[in-house]
Design a protein around this ligand. Structure first.
Ligand SMILES: [Zn+2]
Length: 140
């Protein structure tokens, strides 16, 4: 299931480090696919993707695609932002429980006011000029 892709003018304020292992994640994200790793031994998912299983330490993992839907678990507004994000403050971040069972921290978009806890959200791709990031768009 593809994520909606939203164009954002300019470069990412704090581009993620890209390694030989994570390059596959970022390439898929640019195409609108959220991927991660699943353990070949215990079948549990990990996020962010890892070359080993953080649950049983098995070294064999496979790449899988995740569904973009989830529920907001927690939410807060950042007013005192790190210098590279200061021009975006105030902005909202939160923790989203994905329908596939993973809990992820991410930027929250589309929340006018209130805390958004319990609201449905959908992960989207933010397509900057220099590459993708992901965020969760909360449904009003
Ligand atoms: Zn495992």
């Amino acid at each position: 299931m593809r994520l909606a892709i939203e164009r954002v003018a300019g470069r990412r304020p704090w581009p993620p480090r890209c390694s030989e292992f994570t390059e596959r994640f970022w390439r898929a994200l640019a195409e609108g696919r959220l991927t991660t790793t699943r353990c070949a031994a215990c079948a549990r998912l990990a996020f962010p993707p890892r070359p080993f299983c953080p649950h049983c330490w098995h070294r064999s993992v496979e790449w899988v695609e995740l569904r973009p839907g989830g529920t907001v678990y927690s939410s807060t507004v950042v007013h005192a932002a790190p210098a590279v994000f200061a021009h975006e403050a105030p902005y909202r971040v939160g923790i989203v429980d994905l329908d596939d069972g993973l809990r992820i921290a991410t930027r929250l978009l589309g929340v006018a006011e209130g805390f958004a806890v319990g609201a449905r959200a959908e992960l989207v791709v933010l397509a900057y000029d220099d590459g993708p990031l992901f965020a969760a768009r909360v449904r009003g």
